[in-house]
Structures are given as C-alpha cells and as structure tokens.
Design a protein around this ligand. Sequence first.
Ligand code: DQA
Length: 148
Amino acid sequence: MRFLVMNGPNINLLGLREPGIYGSESYADLLQKIEAHAKAIGVETGFFQSNHEGALVDAIQAARGEYDGIVINPAAYTHTSIAILDALKAVALPAVEVHISDVREREEFRRISYAGMACEASFIGLGFDGYLRGLDFLKERLASGKKA
Ligand code: DQA
C-alpha cells in the first residue's frame, strides 16, 4: 500500500511558525516521524508540500494510479479551496484530513473544511500524531476492502 502525505502552505515552516500552536518540531521532524510509523505498520509513503493551491491540485491529480490513498493537511486552503475539494472528489482515492491544531477551537473562519467534505475521516488537534492515525485509518480501510 502506498499513501501520499500532502501538506499545504506554511507547513514547511513548522518549528518556526507559531510554536505555541504548531509546536517546536520541524517539517523534517514530521516526515521522519511519519516514515518511521509507515515502516512500523508496513506501508509506503510519498510526500508533497506546496504553498500553491494549483500545485496541490496537480499533485492530487498525479496521485491517481500511483497511490492507494491520500493523507492531506491543506493548511489554510482547507478553509477556502473548492479546487482541492473537487480534485479529491475527481480522483476518488480514499482520503483523510489532518490538522495539527484544533481548528474547532480557534477562529470561526477555521471551522469550515472544504477538503474535509471529500475525506472519510478527520484527525484534528492531535499534533503530528494525526498523520500517523490517518495512515492507520487508510491501511485498515484498504485492508478491509470497504467501499467509500
Ligand atoms: C492547520 C490549521 C489551518 O487553519 C492553518 O491555516 C494551517 C494549519 C493545522 O494543521 O492545524 O496552516 O491546517
């Protein structure tokens, strides 16, 4: 099983950006954690991060035929991007949404998630662990052969 772990704008600045909200560990630390977990549960991962909405749409489209599922943290585009929602729907790969912070407890504008409307599960406010739980979910979902 191969899963694409996608991150949107400013996630590359983890560790520097608002550490009180996102923690002091870097994007490289995040990838390391995800890779170690993927190895432990026996799945493969690819990574993609971009600060550009269209690049994220391109990467979702390119995932078709290459990956069995998508773990996505669209970051700020979560709350604005119908293009990312449509791309996820178009490729119809099983997808889960991750947010490091608890977006439900922050500003009102963070409560809407367009991408989440195309996702089978959301892992919110669990820090980096949300990505690991997302991989667990996709692995089980595919192993059980459940249809979306
Ligand atoms: C985020 C939450 C978003 O509201 C914010 O714009 C981000 C990160 C999170 O992981 O908590 O950039 O997706």
